[in-house]
Write a new protein. Structure first.
Length: 175
C-alpha cells in the first residue's frame, strides 16, 4: 500500500487494505524459504501528519497456515496485533556509533513523496510468528524411532534405546 504524503489531510486518514501473499513474495528475496501461508490478512489504521513527521497506528489481523514443530500437523494460527510507527524524513547526515533506544524501534524513515507501508506490515507479520509453532501446548510430537504421531496413537518402540555412538560415555559414567 503506497500513500502520497501530500494527500494526507490535517486530521489524518483512515487506511484499510488487505495484505496478500503476493505482497509477501514480492518483499522477500527468496520466497521459497517461507514455511507458512496465510489467508484473511487485513490491515486497518490511521495515519496523521504533523509537519513532515507521520504517525501511523494500525492493527494487523491474519490467520497463518503452517505446521506444528513437534508433530507436523497443520496449524491455523490467528494473528492479531496493534502497532505504531513514527515516520521521519530521511536524515542526510549519518551518525557514527549511534546507540539504539527502545523508542527507536517504532521509528522508520522515508524519502520522497510516497510511503510504502508493505515492508512495515511484513515486519509486523513476521514478528508475530512464534519460533516454534505448536498445535497445542501439550503436543507429544512424533516417535523418534517409528515416526508415529504420539498425539493420535501409541507405539511399541523401546524408548530406552541408546545411540551406539554415545555408548562410550555410558562406560565412562559406570567407572
Amino acid at each position: 500500500m503506497r500513500i502520497n504524503i501530500f494527500t494526507i489531510p490535517e486530521e489524518g486518514i483512515e487506511i484499510d487494505f488487505p495484505f496478500t501473499e503476493d505482497t509477501v513474495h514480492s518483499l522477500l528475496p527468496d520466497s521459497s524459504l517461507i514455511d507458512f501461508s496465510f489467508h484473511g490478512a487485513y490491515v486497518h489504521g490511521h495515519m496523521r501528519k504533523v509537519g513532515s513527521n507521520l504517525f501511523f497506528k494500525g492493527r494487523l489481523e491474519a490467520v497463518l497456515d503452517t505446521l506444528c514443530s513437534r508433530c507436523l500437523e497443520d496449524v491455523h494460527l490467528p494473528i492479531s496485533t496493534d502497532f505504531s510507527y513514527t515516520l521521519l524524513p530521511e536524515m542526510r547526515i549519518i551518525q557514527e556509533e549511534l546507540e539504539l533506544q527502545a523508542e527507536d524501534l517504532e521509528v522508520s524513515y522515508y524519502s520522497g513523496d510516497v510511503i510504502d507501508l508493505d515492508p512495515m506490515i511484513m515486519e509486523q507479520l513476521l514478528l508475530q510468528i512464534p519460533m516454534k509453532v505448536l498445535c497445542r501446548e501439550d503436543c507429544r510430537g512424533l516417535c523418534p524411532h517409528c515416526g508415529i504421531n504420539l498425539n493420535t496413537g501409541s507405539c511399541h518402540c523401546h524408548h530406552d534405546h541408546i545411540d551406539e555412538r554415545l555408548l562410550i560415555l555410558k562406560k565412562i559414567k559406570d567407572l
